[in-house]
Design a protein. Structure first.
Length: 116
């Protein structure tokens, strides 16, 4: 198992006194799974991983921004996107920063992301 979203089931309850209500709400929003349209041609898949994948549709394919923590969660995310938006080749991958939750896939010599 790469990602267990059920571990965040506690977020469905009320915010405890020990938590900041704004952070609790942010956690609830981040835990929602699905494909979301941000605007025309820009989509996010949330809740299938620690981070979110953003997909920008272009004329020749799709640009993936922050490709998640593993090949398995990235494949599930692309599968969800393609079921709803059709088969589009990945034409580029953009890593916004080098944390492991944004750059574990794809791992090839040309796309290796250094984490610190």
């Amino acid at each position: 198992m790469v990602w267990d979203s059920d571990a965040y089931g506690f977020l469905h309850g009320d915010c405890p006194d020990s938590a900041n209500p704004s952070l609790w709400r942010q956690g609830q929003l981040c835990a929602r799974q699905g494909l979301y349209q941000v605007t025309n041609g820009i989509y996010q898949v949330r809740g299938l991983d620690l981070s979110n994948m953003t997909l920008v549709e272009g004329d020749r394919g799709v640009i993936v921004i922050d490709p998640l923590i593993s090949a398995e969660t990235a494949a599930a995310t692309l599968g969800l996107y393609r079921r709803h938006r059709g088969e589009r080749p990945v034409t580029a991958v953009i890593y916004t920063h080098s944390h492991g939750d944004h750059c574990a896939w794809p791992r090839t010599p040309r796309t290796t992301c250094t984490t610190s």
